[in-house]
Ligand binder design. Structure first.
Ligand code: FAD
Length: 372
């Protein structure tokens, strides 16, 4: 299969906040680690987050997302941890061999332990005209505006009032793009009220209980129609509203990027509140495959600070399995991270996450630890 095989103690798949934090924790303990990411830049979703983070000093509150990404990358560099970019991992085998493409060649990596930190992907929404240029995921618009400094349009409609929809709407406004409305299928805003209030104050109307019906245009989107829906999500006739827009941003949730995990035969489960299909895992991020851990959005969609803590937790599990830390040291580090995660999961959204994560751990015990 491959032209070369690289040996390492731990391979980390994904250079987002979870993967980089895991690598730093491992590097600090002198573990031979390699990080692999299919993108040309490290940082995962952080590279396009220009706003300051909330929370405590430990969670780098007050820093902007891309600065956090840069800092984590610098720490990896200082620890001489190789971060291979433009390096998609396309196979992960139970013996912990990875199939990757690196510098145009197949390159296998044989690891003793693997941390999967592949993040999440935006959900699509199909409607007539959804493939027209100018209709895009909100994350794509965020990348264009915040990273490439390119305005993808002049007048935008945002579909979805969760945190991603709200943050992206605000960032479009900051870039001088008019946001004509935010359409949301539910009757309440899913994202933080602090973001919603800011956008309302800037004069953007929220069309609650509305969905997108169609987008139209010659060669690219020029108009988009939304309409009200009832409790069963049926369109209410006669409620259509059409906006002249050249940008439609779809922000209707994220799904964990579980392809590698599912393809290698990992036990999976479905939890709607965590983004859908996720690998079964325990409280220290072991999966059903010995020596393979998950961390960050792939283990259930949350946010960047908890992804960083989960990265550290998965690293501690790997360090324990490699015999690089003693059991008491491991227990102490795990409880310290668990306390920090509990602190992050205190809000209403976080409490749901915490309780669903507990369900996942219970299912893991039933399915993966059953004694036959
Ligand atoms: C569009 C969008 C906007 C967001 N906005 C905010 C926000 O404003 N504030 C906030 O706190 N959180 C936000 N989040 C959530 C937050 O960014 C994530 O919770 C956090 O980045 C998760 O970290 P992660 O390391 O698990 O995944 P990611 O940051 O997604 O990183 C995963 C990495 O894995 C790589 N990867 C995936 N598959 C492979 C493969 N097969 N081979 C090699 N590499 C692979 C990807 O290229 C990526 O770099 C947003 C998320 C999205 C998707």
């Amino acid at each position: 299969m491959a032209d070369s095989v690289t040996q390492c103690e731990v391979a980390v798949i994904g250079a987002g906040p979870a993967g980089l934090s895991a690598a730093v924790q491992l590097g600090e303990m002198g573990v031979d680690t390699i990080v692999l990411d299919e993108k040309p830049a490290a940082g995962g979703q952080l590279f396009k987050q220009i706003h300051k983070f909330f929370g405590s000093e430990r969670h780098m509150a007050g820093m902007r997302g891309f600065e956090i990404g840069r800092l984590l990358l610098e720490r990896c560099e200082n620890l001489d941890i190789p971060v291979r970019l433009n390096c998609p991992v396309w196979a992960l085998y139970p013996d912990k061999t990875l199939g990757t493409t690196w510098q145009g060649q197949s390159a296998a990596i044989a690891a003793k332990q693997v941390i999967v930190a592949t993040g999440a992907a935006e959900n699509a929404l199909s409607f007539p005209g959804w493939t027209l240029p100018g209709v895009m995921g909100a994350g794509a618009a965020q990348t264009l505006v915040n990273y490439h400094r390119v305005r993808p349009g002049e007048r935008a409609l945002v579909v979805g009032a969760g945190n991603v929809g709200l943050i992206v709407a605000y960032q479009l406004l900051q870039a001088g793009i008019e946001v004509v409305a935010i359409a949301e299928a539910m009757h309440t805003v899913g994202g933080y009220m602090v973001h919603a209030s800011k956008i309302r104050r800037m004069g953007v109307p929220f069309a609650m209980n509305h969905t997108v019906v169609s987008a139209e245009g010659a060669g690219r989107v020029e108009r988009c129609t939304i309409a009200a829906i009832d409790e069963s999500f049926n369109l209410r006739e006669g409620t259509e509203k059409t906006f002249d827009v050249d940008l439609v941003c779809i922000a209707v949730g994220l799904s964990p990027a579980v392809e590698l995990c599912a393809a290698m035969g990992m036990e999976m489960t479905h939890v709607g509140e965590l983004g859908g299909r996720i690998p079964l895992h325990d409280s220290v991020l072991n999966t059903s495959i010995d020596g393979v851990y998950v961390a960050g959005d792939v283990s259930g969609v949350e946010e960047a600070s908890s992804a960083m803590e989960e990265g550290r937790l998965a690293a501690v599990s790997a360090l324990t399995a490699l015999g690089r830390i003693s059991r008491p040291q491991s227990d102490e580090m795990k409880s310290e991270i668990a306390r920090s995660l509990a602190q992050l999961r205190r809000g209403p959204f976080g409490m749901t996450v915490a309780s669903r994560k507990e369900d996942v751990c219970r299912r893991y015990e039933e399915q993966c630890l059953k004694i036959v």
